[in-house]
Design a protein around this ligand. Structure first.
Ligand code: SF4
Ligand code: SF4
Length: 146
């Protein structure tokens, strides 16, 4: 099958690992821009592939052999197991086990844990701060490619 990409949009959302980055996004202003983009695409008569800039491979410095960890306060409720999109987490013999090879660092498991027992390990916290610390409180613009 031959596919053509006629438009692409990069819309800001709250960062999964650093919630202070993009906090509250997308907001009302973003929604207006998203709707405008959708209308433009819907009415487009483009016949060429749109060129989208970016890093390929995507940010190789984030290829760290780490995954979130569970603290002793973990109740083994299994919520993190059910929400993990890559089936990286299992509960066996009374312990939460995470397959680092499968983890894509989406942070769904840390957000779902009502015990605050699922956290980023220290090296990942440090890397996140190093890479994203300067972006806290910055309102980045959405980008569209048409
Ligand atoms: S969601 Fe939290 S408390 Fe429940 S098993 Fe996972 S880490 Fe433990
Ligand atoms: S960060 Fe995402 S992929 Fe990794 S273990 Fe948690 S839910 Fe699974």
């Amino acid at each position: 099958m031959w596919l053509m990409v006629i438009a692409s949009g990069a819309f800001v959302a709250q960062h999964s690992m650093a919630p202070e980055v993009g906090a509250g996004r997308p907001d009302g202003e973003d929604e207006k821009e998203i709707h405008k983009f959708a209308e433009t695409v819907k009415n487009s008569t483009a016949v060429e592939n749109v060129q989208v800039p970016g890093n390929r491979p995507y940010k190789p410095e984030m290829n760290m052999p780490v995954a979130p960890i569970s603290l002793p306060s973990c109740t083994k409720c299994g919520k993190c197991v059910t929400v993990c999109p890559t089936n990286a987490i299992s509960v066996a013999d009374g312990a939460v086990i995470t397959d680092i090879e499968k983890c894509i660092l989406c942070m769904a498991c840390t957000h779902i844990c009502t015990e605050q027992a699922r956290i980023r390990p220290l090296p990942l916290q440090q890397k996140t701060e190093q890479m994203l610390g300067a972006l806290k409180g910055v309102r980045n613009k959405n980008e569209v490619f048409l």
